[in-house]
Write a protein that binds this ligand. Structure first.
Ligand SMILES: [Zn+2]
Length: 108
């Protein structure tokens, strides 16, 4: 014999979260991670299950590495223009610091 419950149209209940009194029919069940908890809460306390609670439940395949990558090796060389002050391909030799005016760093 199945369990039978009364209609409870005028039944009062206490919200499990805030403790205020409401009609039993106005309380909603709370869910966390898609499962109902045993809490019955009022509409002010009830909030939908946050999508972040489902983290790890859905398999995610988001690889970052490429198979057989072919980077553009000529791009770095094409950006360096010869005989420019900041280019590493400049033919001028840099003079060491402190020897530009002929003075040596060591004093005699
Ligand atoms: Zn409440």
């Amino acid at each position: 014999m199945p369990t039978q419950y009364a209609n409870g149209a005028k039944a009062a209940a206490i919200c499990d979260r805030c403790g205020f009194r409401y009609a039993l029919g106005k309380l909603k069940s709370e869910t966390i991670r898609g499962r109902k908890t045993s809490f019955l809460v009022c509409t002010e306390c009830w909030s939908p299950d946050h999508p972040q609670n489902f983290q790890g439940m859905v398999p995610v395949n988001d690889p970052q590495a490429l198979r057989n990558p072919r980077p553009d090796t000529g791009m770095a060389a094409s950006r360096n223009v010869p005989n420019q002050p900041q280019s590493p391909l400049t033919t001028e030799t840099n003079t060491p610091v402190g020897t530009e005016d002929g003075d040596s760093l060591t004093t005699e």
